[in-house]
Ligand binder design. Structure first.
Ligand code: NAD
Length: 317
Protein backbone atom coordinates (compact mmCIF):
# COMPACT_ATOMS: atom_id res chain seq x y z
CA UNK A 1 0.00 0.00 0.00
CA UNK A 2 1.30 3.47 -0.94
CA UNK A 3 2.04 5.97 1.81
CA UNK A 4 1.31 9.41 0.37
CA UNK A 5 2.64 12.87 1.15
CA UNK A 6 0.50 15.76 -0.09
CA UNK A 7 2.41 19.05 -0.36
CA UNK A 8 0.05 22.04 -0.65
CA UNK A 9 -2.70 19.99 1.03
CA UNK A 10 -4.64 23.06 2.21
CA UNK A 11 -5.23 24.39 -1.30
CA UNK A 12 -8.24 23.97 -3.55
CA UNK A 13 -7.22 20.61 -5.04
CA UNK A 14 -4.94 19.35 -2.26
CA UNK A 15 -7.63 19.52 0.42
CA UNK A 16 -10.16 17.49 -1.58
CA UNK A 17 -7.50 15.03 -2.73
CA UNK A 18 -6.31 14.48 0.85
CA UNK A 19 -9.81 13.75 2.12
CA UNK A 20 -10.68 11.44 -0.81
CA UNK A 21 -7.41 9.46 -0.55
CA UNK A 22 -7.97 9.07 3.21
CA UNK A 23 -11.53 7.88 2.56
CA UNK A 24 -10.39 5.32 -0.03
CA UNK A 25 -7.15 4.06 1.57
CA UNK A 26 -7.36 4.91 5.30
CA UNK A 27 -6.48 8.11 7.21
CA UNK A 28 -3.02 6.94 8.27
CA UNK A 29 -1.87 6.34 4.66
CA UNK A 30 -1.84 10.08 3.87
CA UNK A 31 0.34 12.82 5.41
CA UNK A 32 -1.02 16.32 4.66
CA UNK A 33 1.40 19.27 4.61
CA UNK A 34 1.33 22.95 3.66
CA UNK A 35 2.98 26.23 4.68
CA UNK A 36 -0.35 27.31 6.18
CA UNK A 37 -3.11 25.62 8.14
CA UNK A 38 -6.21 24.51 6.28
CA UNK A 39 -9.88 24.00 7.09
CA UNK A 40 -11.04 22.25 10.29
CA UNK A 41 -12.34 19.30 8.26
CA UNK A 42 -8.92 18.81 6.67
CA UNK A 43 -6.97 19.21 9.92
CA UNK A 44 -9.23 16.75 11.75
CA UNK A 45 -9.09 14.11 8.99
CA UNK A 46 -5.55 12.87 9.81
CA UNK A 47 -1.90 13.86 10.27
CA UNK A 48 -1.07 17.44 9.27
CA UNK A 49 2.36 19.10 9.40
CA UNK A 50 3.57 22.54 8.38
CA UNK A 51 6.13 22.11 5.61
CA UNK A 52 7.78 24.50 3.14
CA UNK A 53 8.49 22.66 -0.12
CA UNK A 54 11.36 25.08 -0.81
CA UNK A 55 13.18 23.63 2.22
CA UNK A 56 14.48 20.38 0.71
CA UNK A 57 16.03 19.15 3.98
CA UNK A 58 12.69 19.50 5.78
CA UNK A 59 10.91 17.63 2.95
CA UNK A 60 13.46 14.79 3.11
CA UNK A 61 13.07 14.59 6.88
CA UNK A 62 9.26 14.42 6.59
CA UNK A 63 9.51 11.68 3.91
CA UNK A 64 11.88 9.62 6.07
CA UNK A 65 9.91 10.09 9.30
CA UNK A 66 6.68 8.89 7.70
CA UNK A 67 8.08 6.22 5.31
CA UNK A 68 6.52 8.04 2.37
CA UNK A 69 6.43 6.18 -0.98
CA UNK A 70 4.65 8.73 -3.20
CA UNK A 71 4.38 12.54 -3.30
CA UNK A 72 1.55 14.70 -4.68
CA UNK A 73 3.12 18.10 -5.28
CA UNK A 74 0.18 20.54 -5.29
CA UNK A 75 2.03 23.68 -4.06
CA UNK A 76 2.35 26.33 -6.77
CA UNK A 77 1.58 29.94 -7.59
CA UNK A 78 -1.44 30.12 -9.92
CA UNK A 79 -1.92 32.17 -13.09
CA UNK A 80 -3.41 35.48 -11.93
CA UNK A 81 -1.13 35.76 -8.86
CA UNK A 82 1.93 34.70 -10.90
CA UNK A 83 1.47 37.65 -13.29
CA UNK A 84 1.78 39.94 -10.23
CA UNK A 85 4.89 38.21 -8.82
CA UNK A 86 6.70 36.63 -11.81
CA UNK A 87 10.03 36.00 -10.07
CA UNK A 88 8.42 34.40 -7.03
CA UNK A 89 6.18 32.28 -9.29
CA UNK A 90 9.19 30.99 -11.23
CA UNK A 91 11.06 30.15 -8.01
CA UNK A 92 8.15 28.39 -6.29
CA UNK A 93 6.88 26.50 -9.34
CA UNK A 94 10.33 25.35 -10.53
CA UNK A 95 12.33 24.82 -7.32
CA UNK A 96 9.49 22.84 -5.69
CA UNK A 97 9.42 20.42 -8.64
CA UNK A 98 13.22 20.19 -8.82
CA UNK A 99 13.38 19.37 -5.10
CA UNK A 100 10.88 16.51 -5.40
CA UNK A 101 12.42 15.09 -8.60
CA UNK A 102 15.85 15.13 -6.93
CA UNK A 103 14.44 13.34 -3.88
CA UNK A 104 13.04 10.64 -6.21
CA UNK A 105 16.41 10.42 -7.98
CA UNK A 106 18.05 9.86 -4.57
CA UNK A 107 15.73 6.82 -4.23
CA UNK A 108 13.64 8.08 -1.31
CA UNK A 109 10.24 7.88 -3.07
CA UNK A 110 8.84 5.67 -5.83
CA UNK A 111 6.27 7.88 -7.57
CA UNK A 112 5.37 11.57 -8.00
CA UNK A 113 2.20 13.35 -9.07
CA UNK A 114 2.78 16.88 -10.37
CA UNK A 115 -0.05 18.84 -12.00
CA UNK A 116 0.37 20.84 -15.17
CA UNK A 117 -2.33 23.04 -16.72
CA UNK A 118 -3.99 24.14 -19.96
CA UNK A 119 -1.84 27.26 -19.40
CA UNK A 120 1.02 25.44 -21.19
CA UNK A 121 -0.74 26.31 -24.44
CA UNK A 122 -0.49 29.76 -26.01
CA UNK A 123 -1.86 32.00 -28.74
CA UNK A 124 -0.27 29.92 -31.52
CA UNK A 125 -1.81 26.62 -30.27
CA UNK A 126 -4.85 25.30 -32.21
CA UNK A 127 -7.77 26.37 -29.99
CA UNK A 128 -10.40 23.76 -30.84
CA UNK A 129 -9.94 20.19 -29.59
CA UNK A 130 -6.28 20.98 -28.80
CA UNK A 131 -4.18 17.84 -29.46
CA UNK A 132 -1.82 16.18 -26.95
CA UNK A 133 1.22 17.11 -29.04
CA UNK A 134 0.98 20.55 -30.60
CA UNK A 135 2.49 24.04 -30.72
CA UNK A 136 3.17 25.27 -27.17
CA UNK A 137 4.27 28.88 -26.83
CA UNK A 138 2.71 30.06 -23.54
CA UNK A 139 2.86 33.79 -22.86
CA UNK A 140 1.82 33.83 -19.18
CA UNK A 141 4.44 33.40 -16.43
CA UNK A 142 2.38 30.54 -15.02
CA UNK A 143 2.19 28.77 -18.41
CA UNK A 144 5.94 29.16 -18.90
CA UNK A 145 6.64 27.52 -15.52
CA UNK A 146 4.21 24.69 -16.28
CA UNK A 147 5.74 23.99 -19.71
CA UNK A 148 9.27 24.03 -18.25
CA UNK A 149 8.01 21.69 -15.51
CA UNK A 150 6.56 19.27 -18.08
CA UNK A 151 9.87 19.10 -19.94
CA UNK A 152 11.70 18.60 -16.60
CA UNK A 153 9.40 15.65 -15.72
CA UNK A 154 9.89 14.08 -19.15
CA UNK A 155 13.67 14.54 -18.83
CA UNK A 156 13.77 12.89 -15.39
CA UNK A 157 11.78 9.92 -16.66
CA UNK A 158 13.98 9.39 -19.73
CA UNK A 159 17.33 10.07 -18.03
CA UNK A 160 16.79 8.84 -14.46
CA UNK A 161 13.79 6.49 -14.81
CA UNK A 162 11.71 8.61 -12.41
CA UNK A 163 8.02 7.63 -12.30
CA UNK A 164 6.46 11.10 -12.43
CA UNK A 165 2.85 11.34 -13.59
CA UNK A 166 1.04 14.48 -14.65
CA UNK A 167 -2.24 15.88 -15.92
CA UNK A 168 -2.91 19.20 -17.65
CA UNK A 169 -5.86 20.24 -15.47
CA UNK A 170 -8.42 22.53 -17.07
CA UNK A 171 -10.15 25.18 -14.88
CA UNK A 172 -11.52 23.43 -11.81
CA UNK A 173 -14.86 24.09 -10.12
CA UNK A 174 -15.62 23.17 -6.51
CA UNK A 175 -17.94 24.29 -3.70
CA UNK A 176 -15.71 23.06 -0.88
CA UNK A 177 -12.78 25.49 -0.92
CA UNK A 178 -12.13 29.01 -2.16
CA UNK A 179 -10.27 29.37 -5.44
CA UNK A 180 -6.51 30.04 -5.32
CA UNK A 181 -5.90 32.93 -7.79
CA UNK A 182 -6.54 31.37 -11.20
CA UNK A 183 -8.05 32.82 -14.39
CA UNK A 184 -10.85 30.23 -14.47
CA UNK A 185 -11.94 31.15 -10.92
CA UNK A 186 -14.85 33.19 -12.30
CA UNK A 187 -16.65 29.86 -12.73
CA UNK A 188 -16.58 29.40 -8.93
CA UNK A 189 -17.18 33.00 -7.83
CA UNK A 190 -20.25 33.21 -10.05
CA UNK A 191 -22.11 30.58 -8.00
CA UNK A 192 -21.27 32.29 -4.69
CA UNK A 193 -22.45 35.70 -5.99
CA UNK A 194 -25.56 34.21 -7.61
CA UNK A 195 -26.65 32.92 -4.21
CA UNK A 196 -25.68 35.98 -2.12
CA UNK A 197 -26.25 38.97 -4.49
CA UNK A 198 -28.11 37.53 -7.53
CA UNK A 199 -25.64 39.45 -9.71
CA UNK A 200 -22.05 38.77 -10.79
CA UNK A 201 -19.48 41.13 -12.32
CA UNK A 202 -17.48 38.80 -14.52
CA UNK A 203 -13.81 39.57 -15.25
CA UNK A 204 -13.99 37.75 -18.61
CA UNK A 205 -16.02 38.58 -21.74
CA UNK A 206 -19.36 36.80 -22.35
CA UNK A 207 -18.05 34.55 -25.16
CA UNK A 208 -14.69 33.47 -23.62
CA UNK A 209 -14.78 29.69 -24.00
CA UNK A 210 -12.45 27.70 -21.73
CA UNK A 211 -12.05 24.00 -20.85
CA UNK A 212 -13.41 23.30 -17.36
CA UNK A 213 -13.97 20.36 -15.04
CA UNK A 214 -15.82 19.60 -11.80
CA UNK A 215 -13.49 18.88 -8.89
CA UNK A 216 -14.99 15.40 -8.38
CA UNK A 217 -13.80 14.49 -11.89
CA UNK A 218 -10.35 16.05 -11.33
CA UNK A 219 -9.80 14.09 -8.12
CA UNK A 220 -10.97 10.89 -9.83
CA UNK A 221 -8.46 11.50 -12.66
CA UNK A 222 -5.61 12.23 -10.22
CA UNK A 223 -6.11 8.99 -8.32
CA UNK A 224 -6.68 7.00 -11.54
CA UNK A 225 -3.42 8.11 -13.18
CA UNK A 226 -1.46 7.35 -9.98
CA UNK A 227 -3.03 3.88 -9.72
CA UNK A 228 -2.54 3.07 -13.43
CA UNK A 229 -0.04 0.33 -14.33
CA UNK A 230 3.41 1.81 -15.01
CA UNK A 231 3.44 -0.06 -18.34
CA UNK A 232 0.26 1.77 -19.49
CA UNK A 233 1.74 5.26 -19.11
CA UNK A 234 3.02 6.57 -22.45
CA UNK A 235 3.15 10.32 -21.73
CA UNK A 236 5.84 11.45 -19.29
CA UNK A 237 5.40 15.18 -19.77
CA UNK A 238 1.68 15.64 -18.96
CA UNK A 239 -1.61 14.21 -20.24
CA UNK A 240 -4.29 16.37 -21.86
CA UNK A 241 -7.43 16.09 -19.75
CA UNK A 242 -10.77 17.20 -21.18
CA UNK A 243 -13.90 17.90 -19.24
CA UNK A 244 -16.39 20.28 -20.73
CA UNK A 245 -16.02 23.70 -22.33
CA UNK A 246 -18.27 26.71 -21.73
CA UNK A 247 -18.40 30.51 -21.71
CA UNK A 248 -19.50 32.93 -18.93
CA UNK A 249 -22.72 33.42 -20.95
CA UNK A 250 -23.47 29.67 -20.87
CA UNK A 251 -22.78 29.24 -17.15
CA UNK A 252 -25.05 32.26 -16.45
CA UNK A 253 -27.83 30.62 -18.50
CA UNK A 254 -27.38 27.37 -16.56
CA UNK A 255 -27.62 29.27 -13.21
CA UNK A 256 -30.77 31.10 -14.39
CA UNK A 257 -32.57 27.75 -14.62
CA UNK A 258 -32.34 27.67 -10.79
CA UNK A 259 -32.24 31.43 -9.96
CA UNK A 260 -34.36 33.16 -12.68
CA UNK A 261 -33.59 36.75 -11.51
CA UNK A 262 -29.79 36.21 -11.61
CA UNK A 263 -27.93 38.68 -13.83
CA UNK A 264 -24.33 39.01 -15.03
CA UNK A 265 -22.22 42.03 -16.10
CA UNK A 266 -19.02 41.72 -18.12
CA UNK A 267 -16.08 43.85 -16.92
CA UNK A 268 -12.96 42.20 -18.42
CA UNK A 269 -9.65 42.87 -16.62
CA UNK A 270 -6.04 41.63 -17.08
CA UNK A 271 -7.22 38.02 -16.81
CA UNK A 272 -9.01 38.33 -20.18
CA UNK A 273 -5.59 38.59 -21.83
CA UNK A 274 -4.49 35.33 -20.17
CA UNK A 275 -7.73 33.53 -21.07
CA UNK A 276 -7.47 34.64 -24.72
CA UNK A 277 -4.26 32.61 -25.10
CA UNK A 278 -5.75 29.34 -23.79
CA UNK A 279 -7.62 26.64 -25.76
CA UNK A 280 -11.42 26.45 -26.08
CA UNK A 281 -11.50 22.65 -25.80
CA UNK A 282 -9.07 19.74 -25.27
CA UNK A 283 -8.57 16.37 -27.00
CA UNK A 284 -7.95 13.80 -24.24
CA UNK A 285 -8.07 10.62 -26.34
CA UNK A 286 -4.64 9.43 -25.11
CA UNK A 287 -5.67 9.65 -21.42
CA UNK A 288 -8.73 7.54 -22.32
CA UNK A 289 -6.59 4.99 -24.22
CA UNK A 290 -3.84 4.73 -21.58
CA UNK A 291 -5.74 4.76 -18.28
CA UNK A 292 -9.43 4.84 -19.16
CA UNK A 293 -10.12 8.53 -18.45
CA UNK A 294 -13.72 9.75 -18.92
CA UNK A 295 -15.39 12.76 -17.25
CA UNK A 296 -18.84 12.48 -15.61
CA UNK A 297 -20.14 16.01 -14.88
CA UNK A 298 -21.59 18.29 -17.60
CA UNK A 299 -22.42 22.00 -17.02
CA UNK A 300 -25.99 21.50 -15.78
CA UNK A 301 -24.89 18.69 -13.42
CA UNK A 302 -22.16 21.00 -12.04
CA UNK A 303 -24.65 23.88 -11.57
CA UNK A 304 -27.14 21.63 -9.78
CA UNK A 305 -24.51 20.24 -7.40
CA UNK A 306 -22.83 23.65 -6.77
CA UNK A 307 -26.12 25.38 -5.95
CA UNK A 308 -27.37 22.57 -3.69
CA UNK A 309 -24.10 22.34 -1.72
CA UNK A 310 -23.42 26.09 -1.46
CA UNK A 311 -26.99 26.71 -0.28
CA UNK A 312 -26.55 24.06 2.42
CA UNK A 313 -23.09 25.41 3.39
CA UNK A 314 -24.33 29.01 3.66
CA UNK A 315 -27.24 27.91 5.89
CA UNK A 316 -24.83 26.14 8.28
CA UNK A 317 -22.33 29.03 8.54
P1 NAD B 1 -4.03 26.58 -4.39
O1 NAD B 1 -3.37 27.90 -4.56
O2 NAD B 1 -5.45 26.53 -3.94
O3 NAD B 1 -3.18 25.67 -3.38
C1 NAD B 1 -1.77 25.65 -3.36
C2 NAD B 1 -1.36 25.36 -1.93
O4 NAD B 1 0.08 25.35 -1.89
C3 NAD B 1 -1.81 26.42 -0.92
O5 NAD B 1 -2.52 25.82 0.15
C4 NAD B 1 -0.51 27.07 -0.43
O6 NAD B 1 -0.54 27.45 0.93
C5 NAD B 1 0.48 25.94 -0.68
N1 NAD B 1 1.86 26.43 -0.80
C6 NAD B 1 2.28 27.58 -1.38
N2 NAD B 1 3.61 27.71 -1.24
C7 NAD B 1 4.03 26.61 -0.55
C8 NAD B 1 5.30 26.20 -0.08
N3 NAD B 1 6.41 26.93 -0.28
N4 NAD B 1 5.38 25.01 0.58
C9 NAD B 1 4.27 24.26 0.83
N5 NAD B 1 3.02 24.64 0.41
C10 NAD B 1 2.93 25.81 -0.25
O7 NAD B 1 -3.85 25.78 -5.78
P2 NAD B 1 -4.75 24.61 -6.37
O8 NAD B 1 -5.85 25.22 -7.15
O9 NAD B 1 -5.07 23.63 -5.31
O10 NAD B 1 -3.72 23.98 -7.42
C11 NAD B 1 -2.87 22.88 -7.10
C12 NAD B 1 -2.03 22.55 -8.31
O11 NAD B 1 -2.87 22.30 -9.45
C13 NAD B 1 -1.08 23.66 -8.74
O12 NAD B 1 0.10 23.10 -9.25
C14 NAD B 1 -1.83 24.34 -9.86
O13 NAD B 1 -0.94 24.99 -10.73
C15 NAD B 1 -2.52 23.17 -10.52
N6 NAD B 1 -3.71 23.56 -11.29
C16 NAD B 1 -4.82 24.06 -10.67
C17 NAD B 1 -5.94 24.43 -11.43
C18 NAD B 1 -7.19 25.00 -10.79
O14 NAD B 1 -8.15 25.36 -11.51
N7 NAD B 1 -7.28 25.05 -9.48
C19 NAD B 1 -5.91 24.28 -12.83
C20 NAD B 1 -4.75 23.79 -13.42
C21 NAD B 1 -3.65 23.40 -12.64
Amino acid sequence: MAKSLIIGACGQIGSELTIELRKQRGADTVVATDIREGSKSLLSSGVFEKLDVMDKKAVVSCIKRHDITEVYLMAAMLSATAEKYPGKAWDLNMISLSNILDIAKEGLIKRIFWPSSIAVFGPTTPKKNTPQVTIMEPTSVYGITKLAGERWCDYFYHNHNIDVRSIRYPGLISWKTDPGGGTTDYAIEIYHKALTHKVYNCFLKADTELPMMYMNDAIKATIAIMEADFSNITVWASYNLGGISFTPEKIAASIKKHIPDFSINYIPDFRQKIADTWPDSIDDTIAFQDWGWKHEFDLDAITKDMIANLTRKKKIS
